[in-house]
Design a protein around this ligand. Structure first.
Ligand SMILES: N[C@@H](CCC(=O)N[C@@H](CS)C(=O)NCC(=O)O)C(=O)O
Length: 201
């Protein structure tokens, strides 16, 4: 049985969403970043970085949320894995892009709005992050012009990975009104029944 280490209220939600898309049996091993579980020696043996999620599938232990999803989508292909090498390239591109270009400003804003103790929060960092997020948002909006999904006509792992990052914008109320293609695409991705199942897992 596949084991997913983490809690749903974290980046582990991305992997949960993928597991549900693929209809796989899995067990959630509760490791909570908020209570110090990620620093315990037994968890550091699973992920020496001390982060969730991590996934165990047979002898394989794999961490990094995007890598977990790329692995699952390819291994247990149910149509979410791209069909050509070129489309694979684009899938890697968008997954790495989500982590390197889009995620940081979103996480900075979430941490400073919601996670830090009141006295440590910094609204200036939130405003700066909102400004910096405009660039990747515009890139994504133009990539989605005239197309329903990032790769071809159907929802794939690339959409899941990017949506799981970009949709964090709603947690901090970032303005997406200048990105109508992103808004429409988010609506399509977030309506996936598998996501609703993951959210109630
Ligand atoms: N790049 C990693 C980041 C994972 C990460 O930072 N997860 C957070 C929870 S959302 C965490 O485990 N934080 C605990 C800590 O840093 O101690 C991924 O995408 O899997």
């Amino acid at each position: 049985m596949i084991k997913l280490y983490g809690v749903p209220q974290s980046r582990a939600m991305r992997a949960l969403w993928m597991l549900e898309e693929l209809g796989l049996s899995y067990e959630i091993v509760k490791v909570n970043f908020a209570t110090g579980d990620t620093r315990k020696p037994e968890y550091l043996r699973i992920n020496p970085n001390g982060h969730i999620p991590a996934l165990q599938d047979g002898d394989l232990v794999i961490w990094e949320s995007m890598a977990i999803n790329l692995y699952l989508a390819r291994k247990y292909d149910k149509g979410l894995w791209p069909k050509t090498v070129e489309a694979e390239g684009r899938t890697f591109q968008w997954s790495f892009w989500a982590m390197t270009e889009a995620e940081e400003p979103l996480i900075t804003a979430i941490v400073n709005r919601l996670f830090l103790a009141e006295a440590q929060r910094d609204e200036k960092k939130v405003a700066d992050a909102a400004e910096r997020f405009k660039k990747p948002l515009a890139v994504l909006d133009s990539a989605l012009a005239g197309r329903p999904y990032l790769i071809g006509e159907a929802f794939t792992v690339a959409d899941l990975n990017v949506c799981s990052v970009v949709s964090l914008a709603s947690m901090v109320g970032f303005d997406l009104s200048g990105a109508p293609n992103v808004q429409a695409w988010l609506g399509r991705c977030l309506a996936r029944p598998a996501l609703a199942r993951a959210q109630s897992a």
